[in-house]
Design a protein around this ligand. Structure first.
Ligand code: NI
Length: 215
């Protein structure tokens, strides 16, 4: 007991207790914020995030489209490029699998969602290339391309990072890009975000909750 009156020891004990309290608090926050971002809470509140906005692009059939063409529909949006070796195919397969799962379980909810693939590499991703590519992932997936400045503008609106690398001797090049799946509401506003390589069945459940929540 006498040793505990020693000030340095008391400070050390206090610091240890404070550190434990802080780590418990951080862990609690991570668990709870993790639940929220996965959208598994019974009440889903969309965070106020400024992602998305107007765009003028061309779809994979060659038709000029804007954000107004998707008004009234939920949009599951992904940005990448069709020559992407692994990241894009992985995430587009996840989107396709989530859509198929929702179609089986709740076709009415699935019908209200349009999966959309925005290219960040319009020089190679022409409408024809996009049409062939998106058909691999889901029968209703829409591919969007456009002029360089139109693509740049929509990527900026969605806070998408991308960078074209220098071409190799064959003229092939890779494009670095962020890999988030954005879920947008019928009003065109942001609802939720999924990380690269998410679980499709969990994605399907979250999408369903958002759609059902909005009647
Ligand atoms: Ni990619």
């Amino acid at each position: 007991m006498k040793r505990l009156t020693n000030p340095p020891i008391l400070i050390a004990i206090f610091a240890a207790v404070a550190a434990i309290a802080l780590s418990v608090g951080v862990a609690w926050y991570q668990v709870n914020s993790g639940k929220q971002s996965a959208g598994l809470d019974s009440t889903i509140v969309a965070p106020k995030v400024h992602i998305g906005g107007p765009f003028e692009l061309v779809d994979h059939t060659g038709k000029a489209v804007s954000e107004k063409d998707f008004s009234g529909q939920f949009m599951l949006a992904y940005f990448g490029y069709s020559f992407c070796p692994d990241v894009c195919p992985t995430d587009l397969q996840v989107i396709g699998a989530a859509m198929l799962d929702l179609e089986e379980r709740n076709p009415d909810a699935a019908k209200r969602i349009t999966p959309v693939f925005f290219t960040v590499d319009p020089a190679r991703d022409t409408a024809d290339v996009m049409g062939e590519y998106v058909a691999n992932f889901h029968n209703r997936m829409v591919g969007l391309t456009g002029e360089q400045d139109q693509v740049k503008k929509v990527a900026k609106a969605y806070r998408v990072y991308y960078k074209l690398n220098a071409p190799d001797e064959d003229g092939d090049y890779l494009v670095d890009h962020s890999a988030f799946v954005y879920f947008m509401g019928p009003d065109g506003a942001y609802r939720n975000m999924f990380k690269h390589n998410s679980d499709p069945l969990e994605m399907s459940r979250v999408l369903e909750q958002f759609v059902e929540n909005e009647g």
